[in-house]
Design a protein around this ligand. Structure first.
Ligand SMILES: [Zn+2]
Length: 312
């Protein structure tokens, strides 16, 4: 690493702390230089270490740290890594009710490429965003939870309302095929009741919160096979009910009568396995989340799929 690279890094770090700490670029450069050239610490690590030192000194959280300008302008669908400082132009598609005092606003932002969740912290002291309005948001931080990305607005974020109305694209996909497998964790399941957790319980235990009193839910994790590819599809309670005609209440009754929750998945399996469906919905990691589904009749059959498969 050359001295001018060190200088550049030092300048960037310095910029992030100018409001909070009495620092010179030289101070920062010296620290970096010691780590990199004397202790042979990799540059990334050295930078992280120096930033952490200053965060401690300033009594700040990483969340409060500015990107120092020059962020990449991203689109909703481009966000694919956590902890990146980015700028985004998007429309507020939906606002949800915040479930914690620390959150001032939470909802969905959208642009031409699709949608992404956003969170605005109460302590960030930012103006209210309005549903249906488009904004330029600078200095937001990306985050990831269970494979799904979001952006967080923080104290250093700037919000500018735009005159234009950003068109929000559809990130849904459509898959079609035979339902060839229904995976474990389908049917009548129990979820962790802890706030923001909702993990599916295994033998009454949440992997995060241990033994808890679970809440019943319906879900199907299925595999659609179109003869070329297989796609994993998740049907939530409403989609499962539509798919199988079994409501959550009915499922609970079935389980109570049999003293066994697995009867529900068995019953569902008998009804839907091997049938053909078209499923439309957004992708979440490797899954398609079923928003809409249609059972196909007559037009496709197993022979036809086999013929198609052989012809490829
Ligand atoms: Zn939990």
């Amino acid at each position: 690493m050359t001295q001018s690279d060190l200088r550049t890094q030092a300048t960037e770090i310095h910029e992030q702390f100018t409001d909070q700490l009495d620092l010179t670029v030289e101070d920062v450069e010296e620290r970096l230089d010691t780590l990199v050239n004397e202790y042979k610490v990799p540059t990334d690590e050295a930078r992280r270490s120096v930033v952490n030192t200053y965060l401690d000194e300033a009594g700040m959280d990483r969340d409060q740290l500015g990107g120092g300008g020059g962020n990449e302008q991203v689109q909703a669908a481009d966000v694919d890594a956590p902890e990146e400082w980015v700028d985004i132009r998007a429309k507020v598609v939906e606002l949800w009710d915040p479930r914690a005092d620390a959150v001032a606003q939470v909802g969905l932002l959208g642009d031409e490429t699709g949608t992404i969740k956003f969170t605005k912290w109460s302590k960030s002291d930012l103006p209210e965003l309005e549903e249906g309005k488009s904004y330029s948001l600078r200095n937001v931080v990306t985050d990831e939870y269970q494979g799904r990305f979001s952006v967080k607005l923080n104290r250093t974020t700037t919000i500018e309302e735009l005159d234009e109305d950003i068109e929000v694209g559809d990130d849904s996909v459509e898959v079609e095929g035979a339902l060839v497998d229904i995976q474990s964790g389908s049917g009548l399941i129990k979820r962790c009741p802890e706030e923001d957790c909702t993990r599916v319980l295994q033998n009454g235990r949440c992997s995060e919160h241990g033994e808890v009193e679970g809440e019943f839910d319906l879900r199907i994790k299925g595999v659609l096979d179109d003869g070329e590819d297989v796609t994993e599809v998740i049907f939530d309670e409403a989609a499962t009910e539509e798919l199988t005609g079994i409501t959550l209440e009915e499922a609970k009754e079935m389980a109570m009568d049999a003293l066994d929750t697995t009867v529900v998945a068995d019953e569902m399996r008998a009804d839907i396995l091997g049938r053909y469906y078209t499923v439309t919905g957004p992708t979440f990691g490797r899954y398609v989340l079923a928003d809409e589904q249609e059972r196909l009749t007559g037009s496709v059959d197993a022979d036809e799929l086999l013929i198609k498969a052989r012809s490829i």
